[in-house]
Write a protein that binds this ligand. Sequence first.
Ligand code: FES
Length: 75
Amino acid sequence: MKFIWHGQEIEVEAEEGHTFLDIALIAKISPPYSCTEGHCGTCEAILDNGERVRTCQTIPRSDFHVIDYDKAQRN
Ligand code: FES
């Protein structure tokens, strides 16, 4: 999967059973987050150019996702 953050595209291997936030943290991407419980919205990103998701609560369905933090910050 690919994360977009601070203008960079970062390819990462999906870790089964982990949330997008967990995967980003394991890859040392340093994405935005706070509560990690789905309440604050700090971790929101745009998934596959479509829906806005809270990455701390969302588990990938495949290894081909694009998670765009930059686009979520602009909206
Ligand atoms: S970190 Fe607060 S909703 Fe995800």
